[in-house]
Design a protein around this ligand. Structure first.
Ligand SMILES: Cc1cc2nc3c(=O)[nH]c(=O)nc-3n(C[C@H](O)[C@H](O)[C@H](O)COP(=O)(O)OP(=O)(O)OC[C@H]3O[C@@H](n4cnc5c(N)ncnc54)[C@H](O)[C@@H]3O)c2cc1C
Length: 383
């Protein structure tokens, strides 16, 4: 049977966008589909900014992928002449004896990732606007920073189209999970599309599209982020005077005032379950109170700063935080790609290349990414 495409990629978030452009670059005929458009407000990739850090405790795979992706984001940004990466550096605040901080330093040494281990007084000297907790020190990653998330994904899709790749805004209806092959997909418009292989990079929607294979493996949670306004004329909270930060004790992370949007702060702890289609994206007073308190602890001068913007987003979690990349157990030509779990954005380029190799060269995924690995109930080990 003649197929319309070699590969159809469903989902134009960061994972699907980079997968589609990589597959297109290898010369395959590819179609990219998204129900709401690339990096829409409802997607996980649709935020203003995302951290690019290489620190992952002792987990060298994600450190290596983050480093590879940093280079790819920078090259892409140069190629299309759009600044997509803010080289702010990333400051990790934690106690010296903290196992995750120690493991991060050891991984940085093994992989020759530039870093500095700073005492409390060195942090105060360099960033006097930051307040440290008792016993806190810091690791600084000078080559980390922030990605302009929504803009970056939309730029990848625009470049993919410029090179001849096809994108359509369409919803794919859930396929029957009966094998051994998926012959066609049905769009909500009623159209049928056929391909040799299908990659579903659908973030939180993987659980809805494939309830049998992914329903218990991907759990979307509500995550709220707030932007606080900085005092007029005050440059202390914008780059280059303030880096991105992550505080291990309260799991709050923050961004300096990028493009005049305000200082952004969010909490990396998983929130309540949330439906990616129907959730009202209104902030809660409880989350606002916690964010304001966390901001006041780290940047006391902003303790009473006004909220200038807020966003409710979702994580698409696996139980361990490891990505999900595997063939559907019943459908041999269907790949499930997702489980970004609150840290996936930065890895878009490396993941796109990895998935392209699996799909076009019929390679098996690493064991840690498989459905089998995610079927075990595990603690969150990857952050
Ligand atoms: C508040 C917040 C902060 C984060 N911070 C960071 C960070 O600092 N650093 C970092 O690296 N990562 C971070 N992440 C995680 C990162 O943003 C996600 O892991 C990543 O964006 C996931 O991308 P994705 O492509 O898998 O999913 P998504 O971006 O959700 O894309 C999935 C796409 O699939 C489409 N789709 C779904 N179903 C269908 C269908 N049936 N038909 C057609 N299209 C469909 C959707 O419309 C959507 O566009 C954060 C996430 C959040 C929410």
């Amino acid at each position: 049977m003649a197929r319309n495409y070699e590969v159809v990629v469903v989902g134009a978030g960061v994972f699907g966008a980079w997968t589609a452009i990589e597959i297109e670059q290898r010369g395959a005929r590819v179609l990219l589909l998204d129900a709401y458009g690339p990096a829409s407000t409802r997607s996980s990739s649709g935020g203003e900014s995302r951290i690019l850090r290489m620190g992952y405790g002792g987990d060298e795979l994600y450190t290596a992928w983050a480093r590879e992706s940093l280079g790819a984001w920078q090259r892409f940004s140069c190629q299309i002449s759009q600044p997509l990466f803010y080289p702010t550096g990333v400051l990790w605040l934690g106690r010296e004896e903290e196992p995750r901080a120690r493991a991060t330093i050891e991984a940085f040494r093994r992989l020759s990732i530039p870093h500095e281990w700073l005492t409390a007084s060195q942090v105060r000297q360099r960033w006097p606007q930051i307040d440290l907790e008792r016993g806190e020190a810091a690791i600084f990653e000078p080559s980390g920073g922030a990605l302009a998330a929504r803009r970056a994904v939309q730029a990848v899709v625009a470049e993919y189209e410029r090179r001849g790749g096809e994108f359509r805004r369409e919803q794919v209806l859930p396929p029957a999970e009966i094998g051994p092959w998926l012959d066609e997909i049905v769009l909500s418009s009623g159209a049928l599309v056929t391909a040799e292989q299908y990659v579903f990079a659908c973030g939180a929607w993987l659980a809805k599209l494939f309830p049998e294979a992914a329903g218990t493996r991907i759990s979307p949670t509500r995550q709220e982020v707030f932007f606080f306004g900085v005092p007029p004329g005050d440059r202390r909270f914008a780059p280059p005077l303030l880096p991105v930060w992550y505080r291990l004790s309260d799991e709050f992370y923050g961004f300096p005032d990028l493009d005049g949007r305000g200082v952004k702060i969010g909490c990396d702890k998983r929130g309540a379950p949330q439906d990616p289609d129907d959730a009202e994206q209104l902030m809660s007073a409880e989350a606002l109170g916690e964010a304001r308190a966390a901001l006041g602890r780290i940047l006391p001068a902003l303790a009473k700063a006004p909220v200038v913007e807020s966003r409710v987003c979702h994580y698409e979690n696996t139980s361990s935080g490891d990505f999900l990349i595997d063939r559907h157990p019943a459908l041999k030509n269907v790949w499930l790609v997702g489980g970004g779990s609150g840290h996936g954005f930065k890895h878009g380029p490396a993941l796109g290349r990895y998935v392209t190799r699996l799909v076009l060269e019929s390679q098996p995924p690493d064991a840690r990414f498989t459905l089998a690995a995610h079927s075990r109930v595990a603690a969150r080990t990857i952050r």
